[in-house]
Ligand binder design. Structure first.
Ligand SMILES: *Cc1c(COP(=O)(O)O)cnc(C)c1O
Length: 422
């Protein structure tokens, strides 16, 4: 499918008058339409809730939009809990799906009344020591081990991942947690990331639903909720076919009716913790070409770098690039599109066929709405960019300002000489 930016060159030319490049831009209309579709896709399940994975796009203005569609938040750190609180989420609207969790974070999650998702069997004792009791509602994260396969092959290797408990640990955990006062139980698993197939959630659901039936048989515990977590992907590449959340929701329903209903578990609530699917396509990184370089290869230097978007450098991830105003020009130039870090992996694209790029051209790097800005860092003393929200009425709201040197120096014990920069 052709990938088109959600913003026009004319709009961008207006925006850059007020906000210098680079910046992340989010599409309010797209976020809302998608959130509505997610809600509809699971409307068959009365207890359904999407707990948006805050780590994907940690910005209260974004969280507030999602809240209007019934979303909660999924957190895994103290600051994500604080942000959820500040954005108006409370109690069981918050899922705390962390791992290797410090005691203070369990304490904060418990004080907020969040649903705690235990990543490991040993965390029962650790949690009890940290907060002095076992919460009435508790979730356990499951790891089936082995490989996770769907019809078109192996998707990932849970046996190699650090998350979750084995089945026998989970059974034993539920028995112990019940003895210690837990009353409402949930099961959670995250087995594969960025799946671009409508089969992932239904396959995962059938595995977790069957597990819930075994839990009932072996322990007598009827789980209250099953959390399918994240992993629903987006088509970063033009040739990929986007997931259809309606089809995914129906697929989960089919397994629900096949496995849970006959087992007397038809009241189970379905939870999700999607990040990428909720926000990924509805954000882009806007950057300007500032240099061209002709050596053994052709390079275009832009004013963004890997600190603004780490995925290409970290995973070799593909992000589509549109050269604004040249959408219909032939892609007859092969470029490496690079940032300014002193790291040779700071490349947004390698050997990418693009229209001829001139200095000053605006480039839109697609699909940065999730795990984009949030993975940012400050290497080479580079500062994080602003985040802007393109509102439904076409106006622009700055929802995070760009960092200044003062932010970068804020944690230092500064010397007199540096004070002039603060
Ligand atoms: C990262 C993460 C998510 C979100 O994953 P996406 O791939 O963005 O959907 C959800 N739950 C947990 C526990 C995570 O670590």
């Amino acid at each position: 499918m052709e990938k088109k930016p959600f913003v026009t060159l004319e709009q961008l030319e207006e925006i850059v008058k007020d906000y210098p490049t680079p910046f992340h831009l989010y599409d309010e209309a797209g976020i809302r339409e998608n959130a509505r579709k997610v809600k509809e896709a699971f409307a068959w399940n009365p207890g359904f809730k999407e707990y948006f994975a805050v780590k994907a796009t940690p910005n209260p203005r974004i969280l507030e939009i999602l809240k209007e569609y019934g979303c909660g938040t999924d957190c895994s750190s103290a600051t994500e809990l604080m942000m959820s609180d500040a954005a108006g989420f409370s109690g069981q609207e918050i899922m705390f799906s962390s791992n290797d969790t410090p005691a203070e974070e369990f304490q904060m999650a418990d004080e907020m009344g969040a649903i705690i998702n235990l990543d490991d069997f040993t965390h029962i004792e650790y949690l009890e020591k940290a907060i002095g009791h076992i919460p009435e509602t508790i979730c356990c994260r499951y790891n089936p081990g082995g490989v996770f396969e769907i019809s078109n092959g192996i998707m990932d290797n849970p046996g190699d991942s650090k998350y979750g408990m084995t089945e026998s640990q989970l059974m034993e955990a539920f028995r112990i947690l019940r003895e210690k006062g837990a009353k409402r139980f949930g099961i959670h698993a995250f087995l594969v990331s960025n799946t671009v197939t409508n089969d992932y959630y239904p396959m995962l659901a059938s595995e977790l639903f069957a597990l819930a039936v075994r839990v009932k048989q072996e322990t007598g515990i009827e789980v209250d909720f099953i959390n399918l977590s994240g992993g629903v992907g987006i088509p970063y590449r033009p040739e990929e076919k986007p997931n259809d959340i309606g089809v995914i929701g129906e697929g989960v329903r089919r397994e629900f009716e096949r496995i849970l209903v006959p087992a007397g578990l038809g009241d189970v609530s379905i939870y999700t913790e999607m990040g990428r699917f909720m926000l990924g396509p509805y954000g882009c990184l806007v950057t300007r070409a500032i240099h061209e370089k002709h050596i053994y290869k052709e390079y275009i230097g832009v004013d963004a770098c890997a600190v603004n978007l780490m995925r290409p450098a970290m995973y070799g991830a593909y992000h589509h690039i549109t050269v604004m105003g040249k959408e219909n020009a032939p892609c007859d130039h092969k470029y490496d599109v690079v940032g300014s870090l002193c790291e040779n992996n700071d490349k947004f694209a390698i050997d990418r066929m693009l229209p001829k790029i001139d200095r000053g051209d605006l480039l839109v790097i697609h699909d940065t709405g999730a795990h984009g800005f949030s993975m940012g860092y400050n290497y080479n003393g580079k500062l994080r960019s602003a985040e802007l929200l393109l509102k439904e009425d076409g106006s622009v709201q700055m929802i995070r300002r760009a960092e200044t040197p003062r932010d970068y120096f804020a944690t230092l014990d500064v010397c007199e000489e540096m004070k002039k920069y603060l």
